[in-house]
Write a protein that binds this ligand. Structure first.
Ligand SMILES: Cc1cc2nc3c(=O)[nH]c(=O)nc-3n(C[C@H](O)[C@H](O)[C@H](O)COP(=O)(O)OP(=O)(O)OC[C@H]3O[C@@H](n4cnc5c(N)ncnc54)[C@H](O)[C@@H]3O)c2cc1C
Length: 510
């Protein structure tokens, strides 16, 4: 089951266990049970600190991880391999007495939660699923009233289908659908209604520079500012930005290959190690300048003050504004091909958008699903020639240009897409089980309304050579600004520029 390499890795992790861990196995005689049993027995054989007992759990095959302290139930139903292997290893370590690495504020928010039973349906190829599994397991570790079961959708296909799961991760709370798609610990805590108390921000001193955002632009600005020795704070709804959604990155100089979440985890560590006051789990909802400082207001009612501010709130997926788009989210409307593609195996899907991301998605999907229809609004695809060439070589893809998608319809889930041929005006219907929307991104800058900060017609903040905006003391960087290209190194570069710009301002004026 586990190759020697994985066994060695796990054995090294298990050396770190501080206290005993018991695995309670629920298995029968079927093939899947045999696989889970084999996995668990191999794991138990790797450390004297791990013991195995039989257990009757609600789902079979599954196993429970239990530490020697009072914590919530952590169950893995199915095999935690693929992307979930790390979730399993972390749960073992945390049950074995290794404290989860999370902010104190998140810890307090978890401790304040009431009783809840969570289940997360995952696929092992989904790179957004481990964040959710790990976040809910951490909640169970820190709060005995929280229980969490990871359910591997491949092994529990009937259960996934009976719950109409068409996108993973699909999170259920007390048996009801709770949330789907990419989530972080902070966003889950927000959705559970545990806002960071305003009081947590009461005693913050005046910052020299306050950075708003948690992607590569904000992180790099924080590194540059902190290394200049100025008092630096960073406010972000969550740390990682779009990079967290990127499975493989191959264009960062010095890294032949890296994965988004790992890369941003390293950035976070670097930012924290430089003494930056990292405040996650809150949204900035307004900014203005007072006589000699900037005032930033947060969605929990708190206010922060700084001599200078750097806005790096990036961009997010654009909605196309058609009926069904939001109603069917996670019920056939999807954004992440790697995560949700396997759920449409053998079915017909559509991809809206003929740019690079749309065509990349169509190529990925063609290898999994029965048929892909790409709908492009313009007369021709906008994707790079090399991608178009690859697309044309695939026999199960149809491209329709000049197609204006008008709506997504179905009974409880997407069953049909309707579009109008923009040349003839004819209306058409496509029977589909899923629709991947890939029509680009919009800058997250609406919250600046009324601030006086100048934006272009796309909503991007207009900056000058040193990253300054038209409002004194306020700088900006990354995808939220009018940079011509949106890439990680460019976001990082503009973050550095804005931090140096803000630092120069302080040197000259303060
Ligand atoms: C699927 C995908 C794949 C990509 N692949 C690559 C690649 O391979 N190579 C490459 O170079 N680039 C790639 N990019 C582009 C790259 O990720 C972006 O250009 C880069 O992340 C922009 O960084 P940023 O810091 O400006 O903003 P973002 O990464 O968008 O981060 C913005 C941050 O601000 C936070 N935020 C937003 N609003 C608020 C608010 N009001 N208050 C507080 N916080 C807020 C968000 O939570 C987020 O943390 C990819 C993008 C996507 C979507």
């Amino acid at each position: 089951m586990l190759d020697q390499n994985l066994k060695n890795q796990l054995a090294q992790y298990f050396d770190l266990l501080k206290t005993e861990v018991t695995i309670g196995l629920s298995a029968h005689n079927d093939e899947n049970s045999k696989k889970v049993k084999e996995f668990v027995e191999e794991v138990v054989g790797l450390s004297d600190k791990i013991s195995l007992i039989e257990k009757d759990l609600p789902l079979t095959p599954s196993f429970e991880i239990k530490g020697s302290f009072d914590h919530g139930r952590i169950i893995f139903a199915g095999l935690p391999l693929g992307h979930e292997f790390a979730s399993f290893a972390l749960a073992m370590l945390q049950a074995g007495g290794i404290e989860p690495k999370i902010d104190d504020t998140d810890k307090k928010r978890i401790e304040s939660l009431g009783q809840a039973d969570f289940e997360t349906i995952v696929s092992l190829s989904c790179h957004n699923c481990p964040d959710v599994v790990q976040a809910l397991n951490i909640m169970a570790i820190l709060n005995p009233s929280i229980n969490h079961t990871m359910i591997e959708g491949g092994m529990f296909q009937d259960l996934a289908e009976s719950r109409d799961v068409l996108a993973v991760p699909a999170i259920f709370k007390d048996g009801e659908f709770f949330e789907g798609g990419k989530q972080s610990l902070s966003s889950l805590l927000d959705k559970l209604g545990t806002k960071i108390d305003k009081g947590e921000f009461d005693n913050k001193e005046l910052f020299d520079t306050l950075i708003i955002g948690g992607g590569p632009a904000a992180a790099t600005a924080a590194i540059y500012a902190a290394r200049k020795g100025i008092k630096t704070g960073l406010v972000a709804s969550e740390f990682g930005g779009q990079v967290n959604e990127t499975l493989s990155i191959e264009n960062i100089p010095g890294f032949k290959y890296t994965e988004g979440p790992n890369f941003m985890a390293q950035m976070k560590e670097q930012v924290s190690s430089l003494g930056v006051d990292l405040m996650t789990g809150v949204l900035a909802d307004g900014i203005k300048t007072l006589d000699d400082k900037v005032e930033l207001s947060l969605d929990n009612g708190a206010k922060l003050f700084a001599k200078t501010a750097i806005i790096a709130t990036g961009a997010r997926w654009r909605l196309i504004g058609i009926p069904g788009e939001t109603e069917f989210r996670n019920k056939g409307v999807a954004y992440c091909t790697h995560c949700d593609g396997p759920l449409f195996k053998g079915k017909n899907v559509a991809v809206i958008g003929g740019g690079n991301s749309g065509i990349e998605s169509a190529i990925d999907l063609a290898g999994i699903v029965k048929h892909v229809t790409v709908l492009e609004f313009l007369p021709e695809l906008k994707a790079d020639e090399i991608l178009q060439k690859k697309l044309k070589s695939l026999s199960n893809v149809t491209v329709i240009t000049n197609a204006q998608t008008t709506g997504l319809y179905g009974e409880g889930r997407v069953e049909r897409l309707e579009y109008t041929d923009r040349l003839s005006g004819e209306e058409h219907k496509l029977d589909i089980a899923g629709c991947f929307i890939q029509v680009g991104l919009i800058p997250s800058t609406e919250w600046l309304e009324g601030s006086g900060i100048e934006k272009n017609k796309m909503g991007e903040i207009i900056t000058t050579k040193d990253g300054s905006t038209n409002v004194e003391r306020i700088y900006a960087a990354g995808d939220a600004t009018d940079t011509k290209f949106n890439q990680i190194v460019i976001a990082a570069g503009t973050g550095a520029t804005a931090a140096l710009g803000a630092y120069n301002y302080l040197m000259v004026n303060e």
